[in-house]
Ligand binder design. Structure first.
Ligand code: GLP
Length: 261
């Protein structure tokens, strides 16, 4: 795992967007894993600007989102499909047929989850998975005690997650209590992971995720086992980390990061 601490939120968001853009330029038919939430909105904003201003090409990209609420149709403004269309897919030249989210309306949820895993395999796996982190330490919706080897499945959301995400719900739709999410095992199989966290409210969970012991109680700690994972934080989200001098030194000195300075 590498930890990159940027001074400001904007710098952290820009770095995440730049990593995605470079991966897409290098491999136009990139299989890109996507995340939702407030943090990601700014990343998508930058990717849309790169498409509009610099012609960043999404035409061959394939995408898989981490999760979707159970029981919300795609046209519900609170559904993650709606979020993705609104913030990214409808604003760039991606072929919607190449964009995948779990179907939260599926009658047979288990079959849908198996199907989602098969679709990922059919694309030869995910090249780059972008992740946010919830206050419970979830990646996707892998709430505490999600097995390290878990696959795509429906998970019950914790009261803390409901409290965190319910304010985002509009139009009187009650927030579902379950979601379909890629498993921790599914995420660990992605060839590269980039987790982005900003703001003081993420500081505790980032310190645990990066420097704490690996535990199923905090799914993000599983990323310590991933061979190619970058955690990007702003100063505030990184404020409770211990080894910050070392992390900063890596970013300044590691040749791979020179192109992002
Ligand atoms: C939701 C998503 C997570 C995401 C989290 C972060 O819970 N299921 O994948 O990491 O939001 O949200 P925010 O960026 O709003 O803090």
């Amino acid at each position: 795992m590498e930890v990159i601490i940027r001074d400001t939120r904007d710098q952290a968001v820009s770095l995440a967007a730049a990593i995605i853009a470079r991966a897409l330029v290098k491999k136009p038919n990139l299989v890109l894993g996507l995340a939702t939430g407030r943090t990601m909105e700014s990343v998508y904003e930058l990717l849309v600007a790169m498409y509009e201003d610099d012609g960043l090409d999404f035409s061959l990209a394939r995408t898989f989102n981490l999760d979707e609420y159970v029981g919300l149709p795609p046209e519900d403004p609170n559904a993650y499909r709606f979020y993705m269309n609104k913030h990214l897919f409808h604003r760039v030249n991606i072929d919607l047929r190449n964009t995948h989210l779990p179907n939260g309306m599926a009658e047979d949820i288990e079959a849908e989850c198996r199907h989602y895993e098969e679709e990922i395999l059919d694309c030869n796996g995910i090249d780059l998975q972008v992740l946010g982190i919830g206050r419970t330490g979830h990646i996707g919706f892998n709430e505490p005690l999600s097995a390290m080897h878990s696959r795509t499945r429906a998970k019950a959301l914790t009261p803390e997650t409901v409290e965190q995400n319910a304010p985002l719900f509009t139009g009187g739709t009650p927030m579902p209590r379950r979601a379909i999410t890629m498993g921790v095992g599914t995420i660990l199989e992605c060839r590269r992971c980039v987790l982005l966290a900003t703001g003081r409210e993420k500081a505790e969970v980032i310190a645990k995720a990066v420097e704490g012991p690996v535990t199923a109680m905090i799914s993000a700690t599983a990323l310590q086992l991933h061979p190619n994972c970058t955690v990007i934080v702003d100063q505030e989200a990184g404020s409770l980390l211990q080894n910050t001098d070392y992390y900063r030194w890596i970013f300044e000195n590691e040749p791979d990061w020179q192109q992002y300075h």
